[in-house]
Structures are given as C-alpha cells and as structure tokens.
Design a protein around this ligand. Structure first.
Ligand code: SF4
Length: 330
C-alpha cells in the first residue's frame, strides 16, 4: 500500500487548568491522549464520539491551530511540528478545514466574492480579474450561481453557506479537508446533498477527508474507515463495514445501536448508556469507559486495555472483547 498522506502518531493535547488569585496550574484537561491513525490519499476517515471527546481538538492540532502536548503529525512524511513558518504556509494550502457553522467562519461583512478570493490573495496568486473569475468558478463547482459573488453570507440558507465554506476550502486545491461537524447542523435532506457534494469533489480531486462527527450515522456513507473516540482516546478503529456490522467495543456498540434502521417497521435493541461522561480533568483509571460500561470488571479499572487485532481491518482496545463477541454471537 502507498505511504499515508496523513499520519497521526500518539497525539496528545492537554489544556492546563488554572485556579486561585495567581492562576496556578492545578491540573490538566486530558482532551486528546495518545491518539494514532493514518489516512491515505482519496480516502475518508470518520472520527466519531460524543461532544467533548476530543475529536475536534485532534482536527485543530493537525492544522496547527493548537500545539500538541506530545506526539507527531506527519503529512506526506514530513513532521508538521518541525516546519518553519514559511514551510507551514506552503503546507496550509494542502490542508483545509470546513467548520460546523459557516456563519462563524465566513466574514459576515465580506461579500462571497471577497471570501472566496481571500485564499488567493493570502497566497499571492493571480490578478484581481483572475481571482474574480476563480471565485465564480468555485461557486459553480459547488452548485451555486456565479452571480452570488456580490452577495453576503447572511443572504444564504445554512446549506448554501456550507457550500460557500466548501468552495473556500477547495480554492487552493488541497489534498486533505478536515470536515469538523461540517454537516451535523443541517437538515437530513440538505445534509445528504452536502455529503454528496463532498464525495463528488473527493472523487474529482482525489481528496482525503477527515470527517469529524458526533453521530455514526453521519459518517456511515462517506468513510472507508471509522475511529471511535471516548474521553480523549480512540477505543476502536475499523473499516466502515466492520464497525457497523460487528462493532466490538461496548461504546461503539452503544453508538451503532442508536442508528435508525432504514426499514421503519424494524428497530434495533437500543443500548442506553447510563451516567454522564466523566470529567476529562481526572479521567477514570484503566479503561476510561469503565464507569459507564455494563460489562466492566475489576481489571477494567486497573489496567489500560492494549490494542488488539480483531481482523486485519479492525482493532479494539477492550479487555473483554472476545468474551463479549461470543455472548453476542451465541
Ligand atoms: Fe467495558 Fe472493560 Fe471493555 Fe472497558 S475494557 S469497554 S470497561 S469491558
């Protein structure tokens, strides 16, 4: 297999917690802890978990919007943590992000034309006339009229604004787009249109997508591979088929059980997780899921589960996955 486009190795991001008059550090928020994965050109990795599990922090750390506490991010084999400012500027053309709320990321006082021309201005590409044509081309590429260049973001619907966000993200012909809850706030039908647009662009541009979402059903049709995060750690990673057809980790099973079946007459046995997600300031010992897991035993609180291989396309971090899988199949 070819070398990965993106390789995240043991990525860790802690945020200091400060208190008192002198704002002394009293602890750390363990937002991301020892996260590793790879992503190949033209493929999609879905990164899924409840809100606050650290998945968006992973995306922001890859983009250097946050400095990692430990670990490495390699893009085309280069360690992004060692790049100079000028080198980063060049790499930033290849890695773009689409956020959940385009209203927050699109400058409301700028016209759509100015918003779409901005990446070319920053990277000193083209003449004003060329940039204007490129902005119109981008609008057409994402299914909006070329005349939209003279309008403002607030004049568009949520789905159309997300198209503008995607147009800006593809302006510099990137190799990787991080979609951070990019379709989560949209209606189901609009969501499907935006997902289809992303898949079309992925096909045409050989784009890699890191698709961050809190809901497994959102990433189901876009991902080649899915990684499930819980409280800062990945607990299971597998090809899309494996994760939906035979989830191994109890947390993944609970997420899969919440996905509605296409047949309205049938329902899954829903696994409802008890209790709240524990604080990431003092995450539980051993397996972080043990405070909510119906299958937890003593070892789960005492020892962090190692990665185990279920199939060549599926790995899980759970002490009891073999027994639990047996129980399900019996
Ligand atoms: Fe549950 Fe134990 Fe597996 Fe964690 S290691 S998911 S607590 S069975």
């Amino acid at each position: 297999m070819s070398a990965p486009l993106l390789e995240v190795r043991n990525l860790t991001k802690f945020f200091p917690v400060r208190a008192g008059v002198f704002l002394r550090k009293v602890g750390d928020v363990h937002a991301v802890d020892d996260v590793s994965f790879t992503l190949h050109r033209g493929e999609t990795l879905g990164l899924v978990g409840e809100s606050g599990c650290g998945k968006s922090t992973v995306g922001k750390t890859i983009l250097n919007l946050l400095r990692p506490t430990a670990g490495q991010v390699l893009f085309e084999g280069r360690d992004l943590g060692t790049l100079s400012h000028a080198e980063w500027r060049a790499v930033r053309r290849d890695i773009q992000i689409v956020f959940q709320d385009p209203m927050e990321s699109l400058n409301a006082r700028h016209t759509v034309g100015q918003i779409l021309e901005e990446p070319f201005v920053i990277h000193k590409l083209g003449t004003p006339e060329e940039r204007n044509i490129w902005a119109r081309d981008l609008l057409e590429r994402v299914g909006l009229p070329r005349s939209a260049v003279s309008r403002f973001p607030h004049e568009f619907s949520g789905g159309q604004r997300q198209r503008i966000g995607i147009a800006r993200a593809i302006a510099l012909k990137p190799k990787l787009i991080i979609c951070d809850e990019a379709v989560s706030a949209l209606d189901v039908s609009v969501r499907a249109q935006i997902v289809n647009l992303l898949l079309e662009l992925q096909h045409d541009m050989e784009l890699a997508l890191l698709f961050i979402a809190h809901d497994l059903s959102v990433v189901r049709h876009v991902s080649n591979e899915v990684a499930v995060m819980y409280l800062g750690r990945i607990v299971e990673r597998a090809s899309s088929n494996e994760i939906y057809d035979q989830p191994c980790h109890p947390y993944t099973r609970a997420l899969v059980s919440a996905i509605p079946l296409p047949d309205p007459g049938r329902e899954r046995d829903r696994i409802v997780l008890e209790g709240d997600v524990p604080s990431p300031i003092e995450p539980p010992s051993g397996c972080r899921f043990h405070t909510r897991c119906a299958h937890a035993e003593r070892v789960c609180a005492e020892k962090t589960p190692e990665w185990e291989t279920v199939t060549p396309w599926q790995q899980v971090a759970c002490h009891r996955w073999r027994e639990l899988r047996g129980e399900i199949q019996d």
